[in-house]
Design a protein around this ligand. Structure first.
Ligand code: G3P
Ligand code: MG
Length: 254
C-alpha cells in the first residue's frame, strides 16, 4: 500500500480532466482510454450515487446534459442508467458509450496503470451517504498499487474518507481560495488544495507550499496559462486536453 507522501510525491503535473473531456465524452471509459493514449498518467473523474446505492461516474446531478436520459440521477436505478447513451451528445462516434460504475472504472485504470483523482460529487442533500458508499467501495476493491487522491467541494465528504481510508491523501476542492484556507485544510485533513486556475498567483503557490501542501488548479486548456502556472511552481493542472500540456514538456506527465 502506498503512503500519502508516496502518492503526493508521484503526482504528475498533468491530470486528464474527466478523462480527456476535450477529445471524448467526459467521464466515460472512452475518455479514460483517450487520456491514456495521449500520454496522461493520472486522470480526474466525478463520482455520484444512484437511488439503488451504486457509485457511478457522472459530473451532473441531472442526466440531461451528458446522456439521452433526463431527471435526477439520485432517482434513477443503475439498471435504467445502463440503457442510456452517454456518448452521442459529444459525437456520433461515441454513441455506444455508457455511464461507467466506479468498479468498471477501477478495472480499466488498473489495466492501463493510471492514477486517479476521484472527486466526490454528491447530489446536494445526499452528501453523507455518497461519501460513505464511495469509501466502502474503495476499501473493498481499490488496487493498493494504484495512486489515488480523493477530493471534494463538499467538506463533510473528506472526514468520512479519512476515517475509513486513513492512508489516502485528500484534496480540498474550491473555486476561490477562502481567507481561512489554512484552518480548513487542517480541519479537513487535506494534503492538497485544488482551486480554479484564475485564483492562482505566484504568492498563493508560495503560501500553500510554505504550509506543506500541494496546489493543483483546474481547468487549464490554454498552454500560455499552463506555462505561467508551472513557472510559479504549481504542482499539477487538470486539463480537458492533456496532450496540449504534455507537449510543453513530456516529463510533465511522469
Ligand atoms: O477536480 C477538479 C474539477 O473537476 C472541479 O470542477 O466541476 O469540473 O468537477 P468540476
Ligand atoms: Mg471534477
Amino acid at each position: 500500500m502506498k503512503s500519502k507522501a508516496e502518492i503526493l510525491n508521484a503526482l504528475p503535473k498533468v491530470i486528464g480532466h474527466r478523462g480527456a473531456a476535450g477529445h471524448a465524452p467526459e467521464n466515460t471509459l472512452a475518455s479514460i482510454r483517450k487520456a491514456a493514449g495521449l500520454g496522461a498518467r493520472f486522470v480526474e473523474v466525478d463520482a455520484t450515487l444512484t437511488c439503488d446505492d451504486e457509485v457511478i461516474i457522472l459530473h451532473d446531478s441531472d442526466l440531461g446534459r451528458t446522456t439521452n436520459g433526463h431527471g435526477p440521477v439520485l432517482l434513477s436505478r443503475l439498471e435504467e442508467l445502463r440503457k442510456l447513451d452517454a456518448g452521442a451528445w459529444f459525437s456520433k462516434a461515441y454513441r455506444e458509450e455508457k455511464i461507467p460504475t466506479l468498479r468498471e472504472l477501477t478495472s480499466l485504470l488498473k489495466e492501463l496503470g493510471l492514477g486517479l483523482n476521484l472527486e466526490i460529487k454528491p447530489t446536494i442533500g445526499w452528501q453523507i451517504p455518497t461519501a460513505e458508499k464511495i469509501a466502502d467501495e474503495l476499501a473493498d476493491y481499490w488496487p493498493d498499487e494504484l495512486p489515488l487522491l480523493v477530493s471534494s467541494f463538499i467538506p463533510e465528504s473528506l472526514p468520512i474518507i479519512a476515517q475509513r481510508l486513513p492512508h489516502l491523501p485528500l484534496g480540498y476542492l474550491t473555486s476561490a481560495i477562502p481567507p481561512d484556507w489554512q484552518t480548513r485544510m487542517r480541519g479537513y485533513g487535506a494534503s492538497s488544495l485544488h482551486c480554479a486556475w484564475p485564483f492562482v498567483t505566484e504568492q498563493v503557490v508560495q503560501d500553500v507550499h510554505a504550509e506543506g501542501y500541494k496546489l493543483l488548479a483546474y481547468t487549464v486548456n490554454d498552454t500560455e496559462v499552463a506555462t505561467r502556472l508551472y513557472g510559479w511552481g504549481v504542482d499539477g493542472l487538470f486539463s480537458d486536453y492533456p496532450d496540449r500540456l504534455l507537449a510543453l514538456s513530456p516529463e510533465q506527465g511522469s
